[in-house]
Design a protein around this ligand. Structure first.
Ligand code: SF4
Length: 267
């Protein structure tokens, strides 16, 4: 008699994986391998073949962008009855957006549980903040210390933030059992003193949810995880900092290289 076959467990992914894959699939592969090394002392498997042909851009298609709302200026929370119900405890440089009387941490995150886990989709991660509005609706908020880029819909790299916001909406949906209508990315412009502060509202409806599911399927089915060597990618690629990539097109210049590179090309 044949033993019952075990259900295949889908590859675990995070919002950061989606962002990294959208930049360079090989970078995502190396990040996973190095994570395994930190846990076990042994470098994890890397599926990229040695004779892979590098790509000019990631094979991941863009998320829907048509309904995004871009707002210049400070993010004023929408209503006096809005409440902060989650804050990532591992981020210690988040802006204080709520006075203490409007902070009501959700009991799901008591006892040190801070990671959102979507078991059915195999997705896990932590938004920076989650806000519950007066009408009971929820939205995740991601804080970026950089400035709001001019021409958000142009090729300036903020697609990465859109992807992160969509994935975090899914995590909120899976954790709280209700779908956020949107996620927010807030650009604090720390180095500019807030002069170019702004925030972007990214919808989360059927098209975005469908895109996310297809994107995760595509990543899991990719047996090559090809490199995308480019100055804009390799200068801020952390595996490249330690010399782990044999395809690198540039030296590692630090975590903020990409934002600086893109800002230098801003029209
Ligand atoms: S160094 Fe460049 S090509 Fe290599 S993994 Fe990093 S981003 Fe990809």
């Amino acid at each position: 008699m044949l033993a019952p076959s075990a259900l295949a467990i889908p590859e675990h992914l995070t919002p950061h994986d989606l962002v990294t894959y959208f930049r360079c699939p090989h970078e995502m592969e190396l990040v996973h391998a190095l994570h395994t090394q930190r846990l076990t002392g042994v470098l994890g498997p890397v599926r990229t073949p040695l004779d892979v042909i590098p790509l000019h851009q990631s094979p991941l298609f863009s998320p829907p962008l048509g309904e995004i709302v871009v707002n210049e200026g400070r993010l004023d929370l929408f209503d006096d009855d809005d409440r902060l119900v989650y804050e990532d405890p591992e981020e210690d440089d988040l802006p204080v957006l709520f006075p203490p009387e409007r902070v009501q941490m959700d009991p799901r995150f008591a006892g040190g549980h801070s990671t959102f886990v979507d078991v059915s989709w195999g997705l896990a991660g932590r938004p920076d903040l989650v806000v519950r509005r007066a009408d009971g609706s929820l939205f995740p908020l991601e804080y970026k210390e950089t400035h709001l880029f001019g021409g958000y819909h142009q090729a300036h790299g903020r697609l990465f933030d859109t992807i992160q916001a969509i994935a975090e909406c899914r995590l909120v949906e899976a954790t709280f059992g209700q779908r956020p209508a949107f996620g927010v990315v807030y650009y604090g412009d720390e180095s500019g003193g807030g002069v170019h502060e702004g925030w972007v509202q990214i919808p989360y409806a059927e098209p975005e949810q469908r895109w996310l599911k297809l994107a995760m399927d595509q990543i899991r089915q990719d047996r090559t995880r090809a490199p995308v060597p480019a100055l804009r990618n390799c200068g801020s690629c952390e595996p490249n900092a330690d010399g782990h990539c044999r395809f690198a097109a540039a030296r590692y210049e630090g975590p903020h290289h990409r934002a600086a590179f893109l800002a230098s090309r801003r029209p």
